[in-house]
Ligand binder design. Structure first.
Ligand SMILES: Nc1nc2c(ncn2[C@@H]2O[C@H](COP(=O)(O)OP(=O)(O)O)[C@@H](O)[C@H]2O)c(=O)[nH]1
Ligand SMILES: [Mg+2]
Length: 195
């Protein structure tokens, strides 16, 4: 599967802008600053098509990227869970994201991203519960693996398993810096769109 000819398609900040689409979509979800944009850039082999931010809580739009050769859309959801965002913005986020999932779409896979170093937050758990309720196909990607040495990695994975209230879920260990897990992620996306 070739992601190299991905182009920016559009960006929406309000639910009413969302248009129906039959095109297969791969959705990227996670808390603010988790490394979502970096992961998308790694996947499509571009330095900065998806904007990487040093400040959390910045992107409050849904961004769509078109993988031209595969007739597939990558959907970058706005990050959640940043405490300093005003209440009004949080409501806009919820309205936008719910609006997205409630509009008639062809979602092939949701890539739910969690920082390998931290246990899932209440927002992460809510999001995963929502995906399960909606019967959406999803995978969990544990990112920023390069930040851990072997011992720390083992400890973090054990902690995650203990704190993860779901069974039978596979993790992909990933790093946008080292490229670890990139092939596994691509394979998961490929198998989801071929179903
Ligand atoms: N070391 C390391 N840093 C990362 C990785 N992914 C993202 N980052 C850093 O984490 C910060 C937030 O990344 P970004 O992709 O903007 O996160 P987003 O808010 O989820 O889209 C930036 O400073 C990135 O450089 C990774 O895999 N390894
Ligand atoms: Mg981002």
């Amino acid at each position: 599967m070739n992601f190299n000819d991905t182009v920016f398609f559009t960006s929406y900040g309000e639910k009413k802008q969302l248009k129906k689409s039959n095109c297969k979509e791969i959705v990227f979800s996670g808390r603010s600053n988790v490394g979502k944009s970096s992961l998308i850039n790694k996947l499509i082999n571009r330095k900065s098509l998806a904007r990487v931010s040093s400040k959390p809580g910045k992107t409050c739009t849904i961004n769509f990227y078109n993988v031209a050769s595969e007739d597939m859309i990558l959907v970058d959801l706005p990050g959640y869970g940043y405490a300093k965002v005003p209440e009004k913005e949080k409501l806009r986020w919820a309205d936008l994201v719910e609006g997205y999932f409630n509009s008639a779409r062809n979602i092939a896979l949701v890539v739910q991203i969690i920082d390998i170093r931290h246990k899932p937050t209440a927002d992460d758990i809510n999001m995963i519960n929502f995906l399960i309720e909606r019967k959406l196909k999803f995978i969990i990607v544990l990112t920023k693996s390069d930040k851990l040495n072997k011992t720390q990695r083992k400890k973090c994975l054990n902690n995650l398993k203990i704190n993860f209230p779901f069974e039978n879920i596979n993790f992909i260990i990933f790093s946008s810096s080292s490229g670890e897990g990139l092939e596994n992620l691509k394979a998961a996306i490929e198998s989801s769109v071929k179903q």
